[in-house]
Design a protein around this ligand. Structure first.
Ligand SMILES: Cc1ncc(COP(=O)(O)O)c(C=O)c1O
Length: 462
C-alpha cells in the first residue's frame, strides 16, 4: 500500500491519530474535504477509510461518518486464547503455589522445600557482603552482569561441553526474564512458536503475553515426536522452539541423542531457533547430550538460572548465545530494566557457587531426590497413580491417575484441604492431559499429603 494514493491517505490519518491530532472517538474529516486536502479523488479516501476500518483503527458509524477507535484495551492475559476452567489456566498453579499460606502442602509447586537449600552457604555469603565496597552496595551493575560470575558460568558450561566465549554470556534477572528477552528479540505478534505437549505452563503464559501463535508437538519419553515436529515446521513455519532437553518439565524425560540430531538437522533446514531452557541441569546425575553443545550455540540459545538448585529468592539467570545476539539482548535488557541482576545478588551468588560446599550440597540433593523419587513412586502407585516414566534426576514425577478421574477436579477438591496440586492440563496446550498430574517428590514428606490425596481420590470415585 505504501507509495499509492490510498496508502498516502492511510499514512496521513495514522500519523494524525498517533500524534493525537485526531483523538480517540473523534470524527474523521469528511471524505470530500479530506480528498480536497490530499489532492486525491473521493473514491481514494473511501478506499483508505475502508481499509483503516478493516484494521480496526477507525470505525464507520452509519449515516454519520468515520470515527477514531477508542484506544486498544489493555492486555489481559486471561482473556487471550480459549476460555479455560480456572483450575487448568496456566496461571492457576503459579498463583496457588506462590501465594500459598505457610501451612499449605505443595506437591504441585516447582521448587525444593526451604530446608533442602544451601542456607548456611547463603548466610555466610550475606556476612561477606556486609564488608562489600560502597560502590557494590550502591551502584548499577555493568550491562553484561558480574564478570566473575560470567567466568564461573563459562567454566560450568565448558564442563557440559558448551564452549561459550565471554562475549557469548550475559546475566539476566531470572530464567523467565531470559526467555522474555529472547521472545522480545526474535518474535513479533502473530509469529508461530513450537512448545512441547506437555510443557512448563509458564511458557504458554509468557507466549500469550507476546501474542504469538502457540503450536504444540506431543512429547515422548525421548523428546518431541519428530514426525509431528516436522509437520509443524512445514505447516506453521515457526520462528522458535522452546524446550528443556534434560529433565523436561513436567515429564522428567531426557532427549535422546538421535532426537537431538534429527531436531538440529530440521532446525537448520527450516531456519528455526531453539531455546534450550536448562534450568534443571544441576540435578542431572551425569550430563546428557545438550542441543547447545551439539550445535555450538549457532541456532540454539541456552538459558539457565539458580532458582531451583540454590535459591529462588536470590533471583539470577543467564543466557549463552551467539555474540551478536547477546549484544542485541543486552540492549533490550537495558531498555526494559536498565541492566541485569542486582550486583549484590551476583556477588552473593558468586560467593555461594565458588564455596566448595555448593558442590557437596548438590550431591546431597541429588542423592536425596533419587531416594525420594523411588519412595514416592511406590506410595503413589499404591493409590493407582502411576509414573509415566522414571526420570534420571530432578524432583518431578509425571503420573497418570486411576481410570476415570479428572485431575482438575482432584486439584480443586484437594485445595479445600490445603493441598496444592498441579493438574495435567495446566501443562497441556492441547488440553488432552486431564488424566495426568505432576508431583514434586521433595514436597511430599508430610504424611498428610498422601492421606488427603487418598481421601480426595476415594470421594471422587463415589
Ligand atoms: C522449565 C522452567 N524454566 C524456567 C523456570 C523459571 O525460572 P526462574 O525462577 O529463573 O525464573 C521454571 C520454574 O519453575 C521452570 O520450571
Amino acid at each position: 500500500m505504501t507509495g499509492t494514493r490510498t496508502g498516502d491517505v492511510m499514512t496521513a490519518i495514522r500519523s494524525r491519530i498517533a500524534s493525537r491530532a485526531l483523538a480517540p472517538d473523534e470524527k474523521l474529516p469528511s471524505i470530500r474535504s479530506f480528498a480536497k486536502r490530499m489532492n486525491v479523488s473521493p473514491s481514494t479516501v473511501v478506499d483508505a477509510y475502508d481499509r483503516l476500518a478493516a484494521e480496526g483503527i477507525i470505525r464507520s458509524q452509519r449515516g454519520s461518518g468515520f470515527y477514531v477507535c477508542s484506544p486498544l484495551a489493555p492486555l489481559d492475559l486471561a482473556t487471550i486464547g480459549p476460555k479455560l476452567d480456572r483450575e487448568i489456566d496456566p496461571f492457576w498453579v503459579s498463583r496457588q503455589s506462590l501465594d500459598a499460606e505457610t501451612d499449605m502442602l505443595k506437591p504441585g509447586c516447582g521448587w525444593l522445600p526451604p530446608d533442602w537449600m544451601p542456607n548456611d552457604g547463603i548466610r555466610k555469603a550475606i556476612r561477606k557482603l556486609a564488608r562489600a565496597s560502597d560502590a557494590l552496595l550502591s551502584e548499577y551493575g555493568s550491562t553484561r552482569g558480574s564478570k566473575k560470575l560470567r567466568h564461573f558460568l563459562g567454566r560450568q558450561l565448558a564442563d557440559e561441553g558448551i564452549n561459550a566465549r565471554p562475549e557469548q554470556i550475559m546475566l539476566s534477572i531470572s530464567g523467565t526474564q531470559a526467555i522474555d528477552l529472547i521472545c522480545r528479540f526474535l518474535l513479533r505478534p502473530g509469529d508461530s512458536v513450537i512448545v512441547d505437549d506437555p510443557c512448563y505452563f509458564n511458557f504458554q503464559a509468557l507466549l500469550k503475553a507476546h501474542e504469538v501463535n502457540v503450536v504444540s508437538v506431543p512429547y515422548t519419553a525421548s523428546g518431541p515426536n519428530m514426525q509431528r515436529f516436522a509437520e509443524a515446521l512445514t505447516a506453521h513455519k515457526p520462528r522458535l522452539y522452546i524446550t528443556n532437553s534434560a529433565l523436561h518439565n513436567p515429564t522428567g524425560a531426557t532427549m535422546s541423542p538421535q532426537t537431538a540430531h534429527q531436531l538440529l538437522t530440521l532446525a537448520a533446514k527450516h531456519d528455526l531457533t531453539i531455546v534450550e531452557d536448562d534450568i534443571f541441569s544441576a540435578f542431572e546425575p551425569s550430563s546428557s547430550p545438550r542441543l547447545a553443545s551439539l550445535d555450538g550455540l549457532e541456532r540454539v540459545i541456552r538459558i539457565g538460572s539458580f532458582s531451583k538448585p540454590l535459591s529462588a529468592s536470590i533471583r539470577c539467570g543467564y543466557i549463552a548465545a551467539r555474540a551478536d545476539w547477546i549484544e542485541a539482548l543486552i540492549d533490550l535488557q537495558v531498555a526494559t530494566n536498565f541492566g541485569g541482576p542486582s550486583p549484590l545478588t551476583s556477588e552473593m551468588l558468586f560467593h555461594i557457587l565458588s564455596d566448595g560446599s555448593y558442590r557437596k550440597h548438590m550431591e546431597d540433593v541429588r542423592q536425596k531426590l533419587s531416594k525420594k523419587r523411588l519412595s514416592v513412586a511406590k506410595e503413589l502407585s499404591a493409590l493407582g497413580i502411576v509414573p509415566w516414566l522414571m526420570p534420571r534426576g530432578g524432583f518431578y514425577l509425571w503420573c497418570t491417575l486411576p481410570e476415570g478421574l479428572d485431575s482438575a477436579h482432584i486439584a480443586r477438591e484437594a485445595l479445600k484441604h490445603n493441598l496444592v496440586l498441579a493438574p495435567g492440563n495446566v501443562f497441556s496446550p492441547s488440553q488432552t492431559m486431564a488424566h495426568y498430574m505432576r508431583f514434586n517428590v521433595s514436597q511430599m514428606s508430610d504424611p498428610k499429603t498422601l492421606t488427603v490425596l487418598k481421601n480426595v481420590i476415594a470421594s471422587s470415585r463415589n
